[in-house]
Design a protein around this ligand. Sequence first.
Ligand SMILES: [Fe+2]
Length: 353
Amino acid sequence: MCNDYRLEVDIASIAEDFESLQIKIKMPEGTPNVPAREDIKITDMAPILRSVEGERGIGELVNRRWSWPGPRGKPVYNFRSEGRAFSSHRCLILADGFYEFTDPADPKQKRLDKWLFTMRDHPWFCIAGIWRESAACEAFTMLGEACDRIQMNVAQAIEIHPGALAQVPHRDHDMWQGEKGKHEYLVNVIWPLSPFTRENGGTEFYPRSHGAHGITQSHPAPPVIAECLPGSAICFLGSTLHGAGANVSSAARRAVIFGYSLGWLKPYENLWLAYPPEVARTFSIELAGLAGYAQHRPNLGNYEGRCPSLLLSDDVSPLPGAIDALRPDQEMMVEDILARQRSGEVRPWLHIP
Ligand SMILES: [Fe+2]
């Protein structure tokens, strides 16, 4: 989850863009001081555009702190909606890039490799957020949608032999029976190990077949073939209609595929069997987390009531004792209910608005 983003585009040109969208910007506290910054980090002040109660087409531009303190003091810098609608206190977080971090390519390097993500067709964008008053100040947090963390869904090598017939077109998200179209369940990345061509079964994708609208189409447009060379990556959503083509060439078509799904789903591959603790111990923390050695709040995928990353340590207690892994909003609710019971209230949950 993003803990570092960028805003170097000046506020005046962002305000102009909003005006062309017929969204009027008010600055109730005067023009906020927004220096161009390569890194905006948790607890920094940064500009947000917040909705105005009862008004449409108007936003208030203010500077606020990124993250509020959670019940145990940890900053709440992202929040998961879990299908809840937030009808008030919504805001847009202005950004022109965000960062993700991976283990360094050079093992001698101590710093993680830092990757910048930007919009391809526009110099800036917004991240969904909510804001609230906290004891110290008003603050905002990023609003996630469908899960706390992602997991590896599959890691597979695929070889399509000469003479193989075309695969039946399908959507990979159909392995799960939940409602489709509300949010995406997974994203796949195919890494070709041999050239993908029309002749050797290069994967066929049906344009605009993905997402809420795409999955309702009964007659999709003709497919495009992902012709590319090793070194390319083919990235597609689980809702995209696709299938391997027929291999009419004389050579095998080879690739590896890595898929990543919402962290609370049952993965395609049984991760703990595929990567038992003695194997996962050789992974980085991030990779071990993707391979199932991380809990998904609240309490999903635990081992004896604890995060399964416990199994990667040298000294594993047979009975480590359970600890709840709740989201900050759940922690707050539980602490409130316990406090009210201690002060004599009976079933206080019946009186929570
Ligand atoms: Fe597939």
